[in-house]
Design a protein around this ligand. Structure first.
Ligand code: SF4
Length: 229
């Protein structure tokens, strides 16, 4: 494991670099990543981290750090407590975004976050916040989307309502046709999918609907991690 410069937080792209100056190696890949996990602050990776837990339980390798012999640097001398990655959208990081959650799973939240990071990398928010508007994401089963058309219109004046994910789309029930065919169809964005992983299209749709103009280089910067072929 190359931990010379590691990353904490929202890896693998949007985390923060950590200068660990460490290489972790071993002849058991499960034990090796388990010890790597301990060095970033996990206590029992064979219980706390899904892939390590499964590999340990199936006997593919040893995941219990108590049963792994470590040579070289002592763990306590190099151990750090990393900020963990999260699927939750921390609204403080995206002040122009409001998440209205029904009963969503964390996968949809993760894809909202990827979409938002893509917008952030393009400088979208710097321009969007000058409009004084917000992005309203409705996600999960039965999110609190207004069931009164006048309320939807008012919301659309304050920002862009986005129905995100198939759970939220299906929760609209008969209201769906009013949104997609009626005079609100240009005011509400619908992003179906389970999960809705077309981040580039989603980010593009938000940019287009917002009226924000981005330079070509800004878009390239944001989309550079997305395979185009
Ligand atoms: S649409 Fe899929 S990914 Fe999104 S909340 Fe529902 S089950 Fe989860």
């Amino acid at each position: 494991v190359d931990a010379v410069t590691a990353m904490e937080g929202d890896g693998p792209i949007h985390g923060l670099p950590v200068d660990m100056r460490l290489i972790i190696a071993g002849d058991d890949p499960v034990a090796t990543v388990s010890i790597a996990a301990v060095t970033i602050g996990y206590k029992a990776p064979h219980i706390e981290i899904g892939p390590i837990a499964i590999a340990h339980a199936r006997g593919i390798g040893i995941g219990d750090p108590e049963k792994i012999e470590v040579v070289g640097e002592r763990i306590e001398d190099v151990q750090m407590n990393f900020i963990k990655a999260t699927c939750e959208v921390v609204e403080g990081w995206f002040p122009e975004v409001i998440i209205k959650d029904g009963a969503s799973c964390r996968v949809c939240k993760a894809w909202i976050k990827f979409t938002l990071y893509m917008l952030k990398d393009s400088n979208f928010f710097e321009k969007f916040n000058k409009t004084g508007k917000k992005l309203y994401f409705f996600v999960g089963m039965e999110p609190p989307f207004p069931q009164d058309l006048e309320e939807v219109r008012k919301l659309a004046e304050k920002g862009i309502p986005i129905i995100f994910g198939s759970c939220a789309v299906h929760s609209l029930k008969n209201f769906y046709w009013v949104i997609v065919q009626g005079n609100l169809k240009d005011k509400v964005l619908m992003m179906p999918g389970c999960p809705p992983f077309a981040v580039q299209q989603q980010a593009n749709a938000i940019i287009e609907r917002s009226g924000v103009k981005l330079e070509e280089e800004e878009v390239e910067e944001a989309f550079k991690y997305v395979p185009t072929d």
